[in-house]
Design a protein around this ligand. Structure first.
Ligand code: PDD
Length: 286
């Protein structure tokens, strides 16, 4: 069965969904995106993703062509039509077809291109990696300085991931001026003496929707949270570490640049936060 995708108001088999080669998303990476996870056929943290989408579009001056209720209806229809129980929906909005390739933005009335598609990822909440934890390497963060905007310029993130794989590890943490910014496609945390430490929000990192939820749950559970920079050495000496993202939820990290954290198994804070996050998110899913 061919997957049904959304393109500019239409629901089409994936082979029939065509976007112009002049689209600025294609030639300029002039586009933003969101990835929302689905558990039991319902959307996780959807309002947060909509709020960040609006912010990303606003920062780039791309008109938001749809209302949140329309995005929600489209997400639900894709879940329904594609029979997604556990999985993801990807949403991308580009500045549209500017005609000739030009560094100057096209006229403001150029319609943005809106694409949505989903996929099944059975058992995402029971990912076996959560039992063993992941191993990361560190790399210099050479991305641009507006990482708070969720653009489709993901080449370095992709290269960082490939470098981690080539080193036989799972992912990369990115480092700037000696401090960890975030993971290649996730936010990064360490735990020391019970305190959860993660970089504060700024233009240096993506404002993770999972991060916001996890920090709220940590606070509610009376855990100590310190939003501050941390170094690679501090991370290697931490009791435990973890990452968060819409696709990984809370994923323990057990090794950084070859240094094993604690006893090399997922730590209690990461395990507990994963459990709370999954429980609470399922309850709030829409
Ligand atoms: N990545 N930092 C970066 C650089 C990211 O790409 C992501 C998400 C996050 C976590 O954000 P959130 O909790 O809102 O998913 C942090 C998504 C999942 C992706 O690109 O597939």
């Amino acid at each position: 069965m061919s997957r049904i995708v959304y393109l500019n108001g239409e629901y089409l088999p994936e082979t029939e969904a065509k976007v112009s080669i002049f689209d600025r998303g294609f030639v300029m990476a002039d586009a933003v995106y969101e990835v929302t996870s689905i558990l039991d056929g319902k959307l996780i943290d959807f309002p947060g993703h909509m709020a960040r989408l609006q912010r990303s579009l606003g920062e780039l001056g791309i008109r938001n062509p749809l209302a949140d209720a329309e995005y929600l209806a489209a997400h639900r229809r894709l879940i329904e039509e594609n029979g997604i129980t556990d999985g993801m929906i990807y949403l991308q909005i580009s500045r549209g077809n500017g005609g000739d390739r030009d560094f100057v933005f096209p006229p403001e009335d150029t319609p943005p291109t809106v694409v949505m598609f989903g996929w099944n990822k059975p058992g995402i909440a029971d990912n076996p990696q959560a039992q063993t934890g992941i191993r990361v390497i560190t790399l210099p963060d050479i991305r641009w300085h507006r990482r708070d905007i969720k653009t489709v310029q993901l080449l370095f993130s992709s290269m960082a991931k490939m470098q981690a794989k080539a080193a036989g590890k799972d992912d990369a943490w990115l480092v700037e001026d000696g401090f960890v910014t975030e993971g290649s496609s996730n936010n990064a945390y360490i735990v020391k003496n019970g305190a959860i430490i993660t970089r504060a929000l700024s233009n240096d990192i993506l404002h993770g929707i999972t991060r916001a939820a996890v920090l709220r749950f940590a606070d509610e559970a009376q855990m100590t949270v310190e939003e501050r920079n941390f170094t690679v050495d501090e991370a290697k000496a931490a009791d435990e570490a973890f990452i968060t993202s819409a696709s990984a939820f809370v994923m323990p990290v057990v090794e950084i640049d070859g240094a094993t954290l604690g006893d090399g198994r997922p730590g209690p804070v990461a395990r507990r936060l994963r459990e709370i996050y999954l429980d609470e998110s399922r309850k709030a899913a829409i």
